[in-house]
Write a protein that binds this ligand. Structure first.
Ligand code: SF4
Length: 443
């Protein structure tokens, strides 16, 4: 390493919002330990790579990246692999990339200060590979927040659902919730830092269980939304099996809770959902959608969809298409099924050829484009509150997001300058499948 007088690190992050927020906490921990963050591998004494294993061939991509780092190994740098691929591959990483000296999964980040000391004193194969056994959360008061508008708060780590295609229960460990008092304390700190929008994070926020036994998830939502200074509260991700009607009730009654629910369905076929071990049927899912659509507020619905799960027939794929019509999603994230290491789905037969998966994905995306266009057209003529996120000088437009998490590009009267993070009223003048356009109508 480059010496204790100037301990420097470079961190590269891949993957989901949870990973991005983990990195904010990892950076905060390193800064607290006297490290300085630098913008390039060249300048760093410690190079960290926070990995994601959700995509096909993720491990291979990690090893390819580590091979890129190899050329620096004679410069006294140390390398560490963090995140899901670290947990999944464990000490095998040292075998394939011997110049790596730290392998640490997310369930062990709370031990980073001790691991850093080991590295600084010449540790060669330092590991943090707590698996499902841990019941501790990564709580730190040192979070180096990078999103200027939205403050993230992890309320629950890990997952106990074991969907057949997913590595998360193995890489992030068992479910463990933070106390509601600690979550509320972090919300208050975010207000002190100037945040007005908060997003509560967890792989499955609906299975939140307050260790203090004080609050259900819906009650926690209300409590966070009631913190003075908070104007918007979002949460992700929900699991249909655990999604309760009480969540819709509180969205209906607490203005600071945003008009948006992300409720991943994955497939519209009950047979495929069963094979995926998703623990709900198409009808049970649609029952929850019915609760949301019966709300007094106009709650936008988004989802995740997988095509080409092993054995998915053409008819079952069409059930997913018909479900999209029935629900009318505002937007969806779509994926081709890809086999992930150590998951139960690996044992299933009837793999779908990649070309067929690609065909189904294209059909699905095309359908969503039409549905998204229809869903967004209904906003034309409405005046919506937008949180300002920035400006596109080339187009002379500002950009922001509505409570429904829709992107709004809008113009302002001549001479008006906005500040990011502020809220304005925007009249919607046009729409596209994935965004709205408008003109500022007031503050
Ligand atoms: S709910 Fe299923 S898909 Fe989501 S993290 Fe848990 S196992 Fe993975």
């Amino acid at each position: 390493m480059s010496g204790s007088a100037d301990k420097t690190f470079y961190l590269e992050t891949f993957g989901c919002q949870m990973n991005a927020h983990d990195s904010e906490k990892v950076v905060g921990t390193l800064l607290q330990q006297g490290y300085r963050q630098v913008p390039s591998v060249e300048e760093a004494g410690l190079v960290l790579y926070n990995t994601c294993s959700i995509r096909d061939k993720a491990e291979q991509k990690v090893f390819n990246r580590l091979a890129d780092y190899k050329k620096y190994r004679t410069q006294g740098k140390q390398f560490g692999v963090l995140g899901c691929v670290a947990q999944q591959e464990g000490e095998k990483i040292f075998e394939r990339a011997p110049y790596v000296s730290l392998v640490c999964g997310s369930a062990s980040y709370r031990n980073l200060p001790q691991m850093l000391v080991q590295l600084e004193t010449g540790g060669q194969r330092v590991t943090g590979l707590d698996d499902r056994a841990t019941d501790k959360c990564f709580e730190t008061e040192y979070t180096a927040r990078t999103n200027p508008h939205r403050g993230y708060i992890t309320i629950i780590e890990g997952c106990d659902k074991f969907c057949a295609y997913c590595v998360v229960p193995y890489t992030r460990g068992k479910e463990r919730s933070r106390t509601s008092s600690s979550v509320l304390e972090e919300a208050r700190q975010l207000v002190d830092l100037g945040y007005t929008e908060i997003q509560l994070l967890g792989q499955n926020v609906n299975s939140y269980r307050d260790p203090d036994g004080k609050k259900s998830f819906a009650e926690l939502l209300v409590a966070v939304a009631s913190v003075a200074g908070i104007r918007r509260v979002r949460f992700t991700t929900s699991h249909p099996r655990d999604f309760g009607r009480d969540i819709v009730d509180v969205i209906d009654s607490v203005p600071a809770l945003c008009d948006h629910v992300h409720l991943p369905v994955q497939s519209g076929s009950s047979r495929v959902l069963d094979a995926m071990q998703r623990l709900y049927t198409r009808d049970e899912y649609l029952e929850r959608i019915g609760w949301i659509q019966a709300a007094r507020r106009d709650i936008s619905l988004t989802s995740d969809l997988i095509v080409g799960f092993p054995g998915e027939t053409e008819r079952e794929f069409e059930e997913t298409l018909s479900l999209m019509d029935v629900v009318g999603y505002d937007s969806v994230f779509t994926f081709k099924y890809s086999p992930r290491p150590n998951t139960p789905a690996l044992r299933l037969e009837d793999a779908i050829p990649d070309a067929e998966k690609a065909r189904r994905l294209a059909i699905l995306n095309d359908k969503q484009k039409q549905i998204g266009a229809r869903r967004n057209r209904r906003h034309v003529g409405q005046v919506l509150e937008v949180m300002v996120e920035g400006k596109n000088p080339a187009r002379g437009q500002w950009i922001g997001r509505t409570s429904q998490i829709k992107v709004m590009n809008f113009t302002v009267p001549a001479g008006v300058e906005l500040t990011t993070g502020s809220y304005v009223q925007v009249r919607v003048t046009g729409s596209f499948p994935n965004s709205l356009v408008g003109e500022m109508a007031g503050v």
